[in-house]
Design a protein around this ligand. Structure first.
Ligand code: KG4
Ligand code: ZN
Length: 346
């Protein structure tokens, strides 16, 4: 069973990615990013679907060649069924079904959010995988939640954002600063060029383990409007400091609730996942808690943070070993809760 070779396909948003996994070892993980969205300041769904259609065959070819396998060696095809942009998901889903049918191998459906978390079980992701139960702060452009992971496919959301996701906050605030989309990695990079973080922004007061990021976005917007009226070059002259201040605030908001949850649930196994887990400020804050709070931390490698097919292949492998295959009549779904064990077709 462990020598199964599975090809995973990810197409939920604006990255077309294909990966080949053998056992728990990633043999290839290829992605084609869609630069077209930069000029629109965000992902344009119809352009994303069309780009997936153009990219998918070349990316599959590259992933198979890089893995140094033949298509006939493939034991199963895994694909992202949701959540995500429906048009984008449909391209990956249809292609996965056709490929599985032509190779006469089983088809395996994967929940994209579960995959971000289960990427921690890829052989080279961590020296040791996390032990159940663990907490995983799952932070991306579309989601921000604290997940209690009791088993591979037994996940409970114990806190989540009531409005914007953390990645969305980075991207929208970056737009206020005039930065390109996605602004998260740019804010991270610019933050590194300064030791200052002189600006303070409003932090939300939320119940339990929930988050809110719309307040900080508005707080930054009003502050910038006020300062730019006094000095039109304010953003330019303070860009690094502004980025560092925003990053510090977002990381503090994220970590406060994660620490509260870990303490109250008495859990010391703590992971982060999703695109924002690439953030250096968040990674540093996690590192500090090894000593400060006695945590065992799990931080994904950069290639397994933002959307990638390696994580899809990993989940498909786990399901392959359990014999959990999808019917060829399956369809993509834009909404797919992380707590759902398997979503029936509607
Ligand atoms: O998981 P992901 O690739 O796609 C979604 O499923 O949403 O996450 C993308 C998000 C974007 O909002 C992007 O700005 C953010 O992750 N991101 C970062 C960094 N790298 C990516 N945010 C802050 N710092 C980073 N280094
Ligand atoms: Zn994602």
């Amino acid at each position: 069973m462990s020598d199964s070779i599975i090809l995973g396909i990810e197409s939920s948003c604006d990255d077309t990615s294909v990966s080949v996994i053998k056992g728990n070892i990633i043999l290839s993980n290829i992605a084609a990013n869609q630069e077209i969205h930069i000029e629109y300041g965000g992902v344009v769904p119809e352009l994303a679907s069309r780009a997936h259609q153009q990219n998918i065959i070349p990316v599959v070819e590259k992933a198979v060649n890089k893995a140094n396998i033949h298509k006939k060696d493939i034991s199963a095809i895994g694909f992202t069924r949701g959540p995500g942009l429906l048009g984008s998901l449909l391209v990956g889903t249809s292609f996965a079904k056709s490929l599985a049918m032509s190779l006469k191998v089983p088809l395996i459906e994967v929940n994209h959010l579960q995959a971000h978390i289960l990427a921690h079980f890829i052989e080279d992701a961590n020296p040791q995988p996390p032990k159940f139960p663990f907490l995983c702060l799952t932070v991306s452009g579309g989601h921000t939640m604290i997940v209690l992971v009791k088993d591979y496919f037994d996940m409970e959301i114990i806190g989540k954002t009531i409005d914007d996701a953390a990645g969305e906050a980075f991207d929208k605030i970056g737009k206020i600063f005039g930065l390109d989309y996605p602004a998260g990695p740019i804010i991270d990079k610019l933050s590194k060029n300064t030791v200052e973080n002189s600006f303070k922004f409003n932090k939300p007061r939320m119940e339990n383990y929930n988050y809110s990021f719309s307040g900080i976005k508005t707080s930054v917007l009003y502050f910038i409007q006020k300062e730019v009226r006094k000095n039109p070059n304010f953003i330019e002259e303070n860009l690094n400091d502004l980025c560092a201040s925003v990053q510090k605030s977002i990381v503090e908001i994220l970590m406060d609730k994660l620490e509260k949850a870990a303490e109250e649930l008495n859990i010391k196994e703590v992971a982060i996942a999703g695109g924002v887990s690439a953030n250096s400020g968040l990674r540093e804050a996690m590192q500090k808690n090894i000593e400060k709070l006695g945590w065992n931390i799990y931080i994904p490698k950069f290639e397994y943070t933002t959307d990638n097919a390696a994580m899809i292949a990993m989940v498909a492998k786990l399901k392959f070993d359990r014999g959990e295959f999808a019917d060829l009549s399956i369809s993509a779904t834009a909404r797919y809760d992380i707590e759902e064990r398997f979503k029936k077709d509607i």
